[in-house]
Design a protein around this ligand. Sequence first.
Ligand SMILES: *Cc1c(COP(=O)(O)O)cnc(C)c1O
Length: 380
Amino acid sequence: MNNIPPLDLTRQYQQIDSEVSTQVLEILRSGRYIGGAAVSHFEQVFAQYTGTEYSVGCNSGTDALYLALRVLNIGTGDEVITSPFTFIATAEVISLLGAKPVFVDIDPESYNLDVSQLEAAITERTKAIIPVHLFGRPVVMDALMAIAQRHNLPVIEDCAQATGAEWQGQKVGSIGHLGCFSFFPTKNLGACGDGGAITTNNPDLAAQLRMLREHGSKERYIHELIGVNSRLDALQAAILTIKLSHLDQWNEGRSQVAQRYHKLLSPLDTIALPSSPDQGKAVWNQYSIRILAGERDNIRAKLAEQGISTMIYYPIPLHQQPVYQHLNHPPGSFPHSEQVARQILALPMFPELSPSEQERVVDALSAMLPREKNRVAGRL
Ligand SMILES: *Cc1c(COP(=O)(O)O)cnc(C)c1O
């Protein structure tokens, strides 16, 4: 039997091979590799897609977050609120600028920052909030924006895993002041290499972001700000433009895979399934279940023996990472994040995953779960 990978980018590439090859060759032959029409065209169609006025391409999702914090002048002594249950990049850029990441625990149903705990974390030093639309599920943005407005705080959406997701009919990245996207190959919209973008409706922020990504200059060799080199390659922009035209269809494929998992897994009572937001649209970058009866690592190893690859996002919450020991968060500080990190398991998820592959995953998994019907009380 074939192995089932966590995701298979080759199946997706086959669908766009000829389109991409033509475009890539055209750029290779043009001699124009940095900036130019391919990049500005992608920025235009990406702004349109996300329902924003401006999108600014950059080198990665990490850089997008870094540039967003820079353009808001966040630095030493400042605090930025985010989730401890996310990829390190979200907090890393806060620290890199000399500011302090302040964590708010997650809601165990959505795995996203628990907005009901947000206000208690705001201090005089708070300068921004970074909600993360984890696994492609949108944060409860209306409630979050209401709190941000009350405290006059800018909101940077980390949309790295959620390109195309919506909250109350609005695309993520268009709700906060700035939206940060990653085009890392495994994201919903992935380049053939690194890439990222920042979206905004604010023309001043957009203009400054364009300068910051290009050594702080608007006009060549006149530097008004200390910036960085963080551009989106023309090749990646051309590939992303093609892939963007397929994104809704691929996200729909992910949604069907999620629905099929849900149906197949519902009878099992020692796991918790991810739910769908009732006022939004998730784009299922991951389909992560929780193994409630312990043995997560064992189950993962046994699945691997049968050729089924699963992943753990994320095994250690950020406040427990070695690099954040100085923040002094003892065990139990963010109990939901800690428990979810022990239980979470991402099943294979990509638009082209076949129904028979999904059945194999579920059959293997159900044979490994405890036989006795020990329904686990509650969702945690
Ligand atoms: C992938 C990711 C990033 C970083 O994006 P890169 O393009 O890899 O730099 C940031 N935040 C989250 C939540 C991510 O999943």
